[in-house]
Design a protein around this ligand. Structure first.
Ligand SMILES: [Zn+2]
Length: 328
């Protein structure tokens, strides 16, 4: 809700004063100067408009009362958009109004944010960016607060607490816009997401993932090669499930507690492998709310290109998806 661009005030607002022109030549010069000044003002105004409509996060970060003095000392020198701010989001730590909660929690499932390119095999997996922003705005207006799946599990199994209306926002596979767009958009709300990252062949650079982790995101495993786990032999299954966890932990040096089945495919054998690898939970593409007593069959609400705000609202109302078709 907090406005993120108070620093516009600081911009110099030059106003051409009344010229007391004497000679005609002076007048001409004055007029020329006025024209130059006027066009400068136009340019400045245009820049301000572009900055604000781009949802400029640099301004917000710069003016936000820094929650951490520790981070100020440690000068972050990353310059990529969305990175460079190591302070965690508001919901990274429990707030005063959080309470014990062992109830079902909705987990949203997103893939790409943006428009599908010509001939994309699953155009429904591309959620429009404006749509995504509207959905996040709507969630906040409805009182939802995004938390990580780990925070939900902390409440479910270890007497942790959750906000009054918790929701988990998960992103599969590791597409670029999850870093360039989802990260700054969620940050505006003070929220972190869950990144279900395949260990090899994602579109995200290591530095992208690290920036997301620094912002409080949770890293979850999504196998190494994104294969249908129900079709693998025992060795390969173990490698994809346990191996991906090891790889992510080694590369990013964070705990990886949750798993996400590629294309939602799993069976009893796959669940056993997931449990054996030491995961706390696993997300599926079963439509509904995630429940405490089904840790390895956590339901999600898949948000599609055609969902818009209305579809998201309906999914949350039903606790089951009207949008369950579509691959992924
Ligand atoms: Zn996937």
């Amino acid at each position: 809700m907090a406005s993120d661009w108070q620093d516009e005030e600081g911009l110099p607002e030059k106003r051409p004063g009344r010229a007391n022109g004497r000679g005609p030549t002076r007048g001409q010069i004055m007029r020329r100067r006025l024209v130059a000044l006027a066009s400068l003002v136009v340019v400045v105004v245009a820049v301000v408009i572009v900055l604000t409509s781009a949802g400029d996060e640099d301004a917000g970060l710069a003016t936000k009362p820094a929650s951490s003095t520790a981070h100020q000392k440690k000068k972050a020198k990353k310059d990529e958009a969305g990175a460079g701010k190591s302070s965690k989001v508001r919901n990274a730590t429990p707030q005063a109004d959080w309470k014990p909660d062992e109830g079902p929690v909705p987990i949203l499932e997103y893939h790409v944010l943006g428009s599908p390119p010509e001939g994309a095999p699953y155009p429904e997996l591309y959620v429009g960016r404006t749509d995504f922003e509207k959905q996040m705005d709507w969630l906040e207006k409805q009182g939802y607060q995004a938390v990580t799946l780990e925070q939900v599990q902390e409440a479910w199994y270890h007497a942790g607490t959750l906000p009054p209306k918790p929701i988990v926002i998960s992103f599969d596979d590791g597409y670029r816009p999850q870093y360039t767009f989802a990260l700054p958009t969620l940050r505006k709300h003070g929220w972190a997401g869950v990144l279900n990252l395949k260990a090899e062949g994602s579109e995200l650079y290591e530095s992208n993932v690290k920036a997301m982790l620094a912002a409080g995101w949770e890293l979850a495993a999504h196998t190494i090669h994104h294969l249908d786990l129900t079709e693998l032999g025992p060795e390969e299954l173990k490698e994809e499930v346990a191996g991906s966890r090891r790889m992510l932990q080694k590369e990013f040096k964070v705990p990886v507690n949750n798993f996400c089945y590629p294309a939602g495919q799993f069976d009893e054998t796959v669940i056993e492998a997931v449990e054996e690898a030491g995961y706390t939970g696993a997300t599926t593409e079963i439509s509904g709310f995630a429940e405490k007593d089904k840790p390895f069959e956590l339901a999600r609400l898949e948000i599609l290109r055609s969902s818009h705000v209305a579809g998201l609202a309906e999914d949350l109302r039903n606790g089951a998806g009207a949008t369950a078709e579509g691959g992924g």
